[in-house]
Design a protein around this ligand. Structure first.
Ligand code: SAM
Length: 446
């Protein structure tokens, strides 16, 4: 039995629902004290995908159905960035996630040029699928992209067929050939895999990871399967999700396969050990940047203890911006100081290290004092060790924080799902807006 999972899942669900309390905030600007000091990351959401995968739990829409919105969508994104700039926000890093941002290269390149002009952006990371064309690669090389994160999921043909990617992106061998061409084209090329899919075996996973290592990926990210409202029916149709298998795969396949040539940068991201190259950025920008602002539909912002959530549907997002408003639809009450410290601790230890001095700088109190019980607990449970002012996550702790982050993402996706349906929590005003904008675009969101 997977005791860690059985204990942590309900605990996380309970804690998140008690800690992150939201209220309706349609069109509201960010709270005045949201713009805290320190470096911030700009997250840009690009919701378009060639075709949404059945397992996907992110805010994505089929490109062919929404093609007519692209131009207006990017105008709206640019406007939203401008609104933050006018409020004095500053960014030094950008992460573009999706969807599949590389499906709309020209529009995105223009946005990247815009943010480079407006802010001192030193690093940019973008998500892609294996179908990324040579022309698109060139566009992003010219745009000075630092990190390309390619969704592979598996090289196994049977699994690729089952998760609806074989027909879209080709066979495992074809994907391998494409990856070979991509590696070296950017400072960092990351390959994404999912583990614990219902019919996936440890042999398939091991072989996939060995292939990725052989190909020389700079980074390899192994996401545990996340089951949320959006994908639960599709996942169930694939089979039973066994969390004992997840633990087995993590400890017996992922860690031993990766450890010789890669070091864990987080619980699920592994960076190649190289002496002459810095492989630093990871998919989980929320680890490196404790404060980030999300623009685009369905994106979240977390800054100075506030969580802001943007309109989820493309039409509603565009329509709020057109009305001259912020596209926010929900906002959390400011996190209690203690909960903010806990969030900081969770993100830092998911990223393998908490620096005590930085903690004190941020919260004006020592780590052991601010989080007396929590700091003792992680040590006693063997989840973390301490050395020269740093708290480091142990292997056992890595899995515990993987579960916590998995549940954190599932919770975020649950909120997106609620928002997409325009349901109860946000009540009538939002429902009316959704109805109005959906009618304007004549798209049935359901
Ligand atoms: C937002 S997606 C973008 C990937 C890209 N659009 C593609 O098609 O390859 C980023 C990554 O999230 C991961 N992912 C998506 N849905 C997931 C789920 N239900 N469980 C775990 N990981 C998931 C996949 O590994 C994926 O590559």
């Amino acid at each position: 039995m997977n005791i860690i999972n059985s204990a942590l899942v309900p605990a996380m669900r309970y804690k998140l629902s008690k800690t992150l309390v939201f209220r309706k905030a349609v069109g509201e600007p960010p709270a005045k004290d949201m713009n805290s000091k320190g470096k911030k990351l700009l997250y840009i959401h690009v919701p378009y995908c060639e075709e949404v995968c059945p397992f996907c739990c992110f805010n994505s829409y089929d490109l062919c159905k929404y093609k007519h919105t692209i131009k207006e969508y990017f105008q709206a994104v640019k406007q939203e960035i401008k609104m933050y700039k006018e409020l004095g926000y500053d960014f030094n890093s950008a992460y573009v996630g999706g969807g599949t941002p590389t499906t709309v290269p020209d529009e995105l390149a223009e946005i990247l040029q815009y943010i480079r002009h407006e802010f001192n952006i030193t690093e940019i990371s973008i998500e892609a699928n294996p179908k990324i064309s040579d022309e698109t690669v060139k566009i992003f090389q010219e745009a000075g992209l630092d990190r390309l994160s390619v969704g592979i999921q598996s090289f196994n043909d049977t699994l690729l067929k089952e998760i609806g990617r074989y027909a879209k992106y080709g066979s495992g061998d074809e994907i391998k050939e494409r990856v070979k061409e991509l590696i070296g084209k950017f400072r960092i090329v990351n390959l994404d895999f999912i583990f614990n899919l219902p019919t996936q075996t440890t042999e398939i996973l091991k072989s996939d990871l060995e292939t990725a290592i052989e190909l020389g990926a700079d980074q390899i990210t192994c996401y545990p399967l996340m089951v949320a409202e959006q994908n639960i029916h599709n996942i169930k149709a694939m089979g039973y999700v066994d969390y004992n298998k997840e633990r087995e795969m993590y400890f017996k396949t992922i860690i031993p396969t990766m450890e010789e040539k890669y070091i864990p940068a987080s619980s699920w991201c592994f960076s190649r050990k190289l002496e002459n190259k810095k492989i630093d950025m990871i998919d989980e920008y929320i680890v490196d940047y404790q404060d980030y602002i999300g623009v685009g539909c369905g994106s979240f912002s977390f800054a100075n203890g506030y969580v802001n959530m943007n309109a989820y549907t493309i039409p509603l997002y565009i329509s709020l911006i057109k009305e001259g408003k912020f596209p926010t639809i929900m906002r959390s009450y400011k996190l209690a100081r203690k909960d903010h410290m806990r969030y900081y601790m969770m993100m830092s230890l998911f990223g393998r290290r908490l620096n005590k001095e930085k903690f004190e700088e941020r919260f004006d109190t020592a780590y052991e004092k601010g989080l007396w019980w929590e700091s003792k607990f992680v040590k006693l449970m063997g989840m973390a060790t301490e050395e020269r002012g740093n708290v480091y996550t142990t292997e056992k702790g890595m899995y515990a924080f993987l579960i916590m982050l998995r549940q954190f993402f599932v919770y975020a996706n649950r909120l997106r799902f609620i928002g997409k349906k325009g349901s109860v929590e946000i009540e009538s005003e939002l429902n009316t807006l959704i109805e109005k904008t959906n009618r304007a675009y004549a798209i049935d969101e359901n």
